[in-house]
Ligand binder design. Sequence first.
Ligand SMILES: Cc1cc2nc3c(=O)[nH]c(=O)nc-3n(C[C@H](O)[C@H](O)[C@H](O)COP(=O)(O)OP(=O)(O)OC[C@H]3O[C@@H](n4cnc5c(N)ncnc54)[C@H](O)[C@@H]3O)c2cc1C
Ligand code: SF4
Ligand code: SF4
Length: 433
Amino acid sequence: MIFRGKTIHRVDEVAAWQLCCGCGACAYVCPDEIEMIDTSEYGRRPRFKNNSLGKTALLAMQVCPGIGLERVVKPDDQFGGQQFFDEWGPVLGVWEGHAADSEVRFEGSSGGAATALGLFALERLGMHGVLHVQSRQDVPYLNQTVLSRTRSELLAGAGSRYAPASPCDGLQQIEDAPGPCVFVGKPCDVVALRKAIELRPSLHEKVGLTIAFFCAGTPSTRGTLEMIRQMGIADLSSVISLRYRGRGWPGMATAQHKVNGQVQSAELTYEQSWGDILQKYRQWRCYICPDHVGEFADIAVADAWHCPVGEHQPGRSVIIARTQRGVEFLQRAIEMDVLQAEPVDSDILQACRPGQAESKGTLWGRLVALRTCAIPTPGYCGFDLFHLWLWRLSIGAKVKSILSTFKRIYIKKLFRKRNMASIESAMVLKAGR
Ligand SMILES: Cc1cc2nc3c(=O)[nH]c(=O)nc-3n(C[C@H](O)[C@H](O)[C@H](O)COP(=O)(O)OP(=O)(O)OC[C@H]3O[C@@H](n4cnc5c(N)ncnc54)[C@H](O)[C@@H]3O)c2cc1C
Ligand code: SF4
Ligand code: SF4
C-alpha cells in the first residue's frame, strides 16, 4: 500500500498508522513470525516475533482488512435496488425475532440469535465447531478466541464484549477441523476471513457459515479499565468475571470481584457503560469503517433497537440473510424452531440503525480530509461513498464531515505513526494475576 510517498508494507506499520482493527488474521497466516498482543491504548495488535521479517510475513498484508476491502457483489433488484444496496449491502431477507431456547435468549446480547444459530449448526447439522470469542478466565477483562464444540462452551461466549478481540487468530482451528465450522465475529473479522479464504482453499472448505453482528466500533482495553474503575473496583486483580451485556436486554455490565474472600458484584447500565464510557474509547479505524452492518457475512445480526427497550426485558434481534447460504440456513433454523422469527420488510433496517446512509456519506468526507493531509487511508472499492456524501448529507453535514476530521487529525495526532516500541511497552497482557 503506497500513499503519497508513505509506503505501508508490513502489518506493524498498519498498526502504527492506526489502521489495524485487531482481527488477528495476520497472526493466522504467519504464526511463526507474528503474534497478537494486548495493548491498553490501542487494543489487540500484531507484533513480529524476534523483530524479524520473513518472506511469509508479506502474506499478512494480503489478508489484512485494515488496509482495505472490496465489495465484489454487484447491486441488483433482489437487493432492493442501487440506493438500498449502497447503504446496506446485499440483503436477501430480513427477520425479527429471538432464540427459541429461553436460556440462549437470556444469555445472548439481544435475542441470542448468533448463539442459537451456532448451536443449531453444532447440534442439528453436525458441524464441527463454532469459532468465536469469550472472556479470558485468567484475566477476565481480556478476550480469547475459542472453538466451541458444546452447548455450554458456546453459551460461555454469548453476549457482546465491547473490548478488543481477534477471532481470526484462531482460524487454523477451522482449517484443521474434520468438518465445517461456523465463524462469528465483527464485520471486519469476517472481511479478514474472506481474504484468508482466497489464500487458503483448505480454509474455504471448512467454513460452513459466517455470522457478523452490527458494530459501532471496538473500544480499547483502556475503556474497559475505566468502566471497571467507575464500578468502584480499584484492584484489577480482584476481578473474577466481567460481562458487558446480556441476561436481559440490553442487560447490565457486571463485574464480579473478591473482597476479603467474599464475591461481590458491581453493575452499570448499558447507557452508563457503553454510552458514557466505552464508546469514547473506540479505536480510530472504526471511525473510518465502511461496513458497520456485516455486509460480507452470510448472516448479520443486530439489536432490534427500533423496539422500545427497558433494562431487563427479553431480547430481540434483527437478522439479515446476505447470501443464499444464509437464507437457507435461516429458513431451516426457523422451520426447526431454533429461531422464533418473522420475516419483516427491509425498511425496518432504517429504523433499527438510523443514520446508516449519513454515516457512509460522512466517511467519504473523512477520507478526503485524511488524504489532503497525506495520511494513509484504507482503499475501499465498490462502495459508492461519494454519492452518499453528495446526495444524503446536508450542506452543513458535508462541510462538517471534512472540517471535523481536520480537528481529529490534530487532536488524535493522526499525521504521525505511532511508535511501535511504546505500543509494546503499553502491553497489558499478563498471564495470571
Ligand atoms: C464492539 C461491538 C459493537 C457493537 N455495535 C452494535 C451496533 O452498533 N448495533 C447493533 O445492533 N449491535 C451492535 N453490537 C452487537 C450487539 O450488541 C449484539 O451482539 C447483536 O445484536 C447480536 O446479539 P445476539 O444476542 O444474537 O448475540 P449472542 O448470541 O450474544 O452472540 C454474540 C457473539 O458475538 C461474539 N462476540 C462478542 N463480542 C465480540 C467481539 N468483541 N469480537 C468478536 N466477537 C464477539 C461472541 O463470542 C458470541 O459468539 C455490537 C457488539 C460489539 C461486540
Ligand atoms: S487488521 Fe488484522 S490483519 Fe491487519 S494488521 Fe491488524 S490484526 Fe493484522
Ligand atoms: S467498526 Fe468496523 S473496523 Fe471497527 S471493530 Fe467494528 S467492524 Fe471492525
